[in-house]
Design a binder for this molecule. Structure first.
Ligand SMILES: [Zn+2]
Ligand SMILES: [Zn+2]
Length: 151
């Protein structure tokens, strides 16, 4: 099933009228697991929906959030990042390239005695640091530097 069909099904299951904008936004999130911001979603969809406004994107995302069709990525950043993968998973934020990576996590099984008896509504596992791509790039730089120093 393609992202558009999936989006229509998900919206209908929540009894949300599948308007063109809603379908496009949800389908974009489903097919682009890059945790985009409002601005990124807006820029990506503007060529397809020239009448789109940022307010519409905001409002649509709020509606999708309320219905748990998307969730916010729990990484401390200036802008909100949205995720259509609503299963429990962790996020790794690279401070160099600012990409957000998904990783599987047994978060569903984490039971901390400190919060025993609490009603958990959102689970976020987030790590940050330097991703392997950026580490490799940096390593090359360091190697070159060492070579230079050796002369
Ligand atoms: Zn990186
Ligand atoms: Zn994610």
């Amino acid at each position: 099933m393609n992202a558009v069909d999936t989006a229509v099904k998900l919206l209908q299951a929540k009894k949300i009228r599948p308007s063109l904008t809603r379908i496009h936004i949800l389908a974009y999130l489903l097919s682009h697991p890059i945790h985009p911001t409002v601005d990124q979603i807006y820029q990506a969809l503007l060529p397809q929906i020239p009448t789109l406004s940022k307010t519409t994107v905001y409002n649509t995302l709020d509606l999708l959030l309320e219905n748990k069709l998307v969730k916010l990525v729990g990484v401390e950043q200036r802008e909100k990042h949205y995720d259509a993968n609503t299963k429990d998973h962790g996020h790794f934020f690279c401070r160099i390239c600012e990409k957000i990576y998904d990783f599987s996590t047994p978060a569903a099984e984490i039971e901390a005695p400190e919060i025993k008896g609490f009603q958990i509504e959102v689970k976020n596992v987030s790590y940050s640091g330097v991703c392997s791509d950026c580490r490799h790039k940096n390593k090359h730089k360091e190697d070159e530097y060492e070579k230079f120093e050796g002369n």
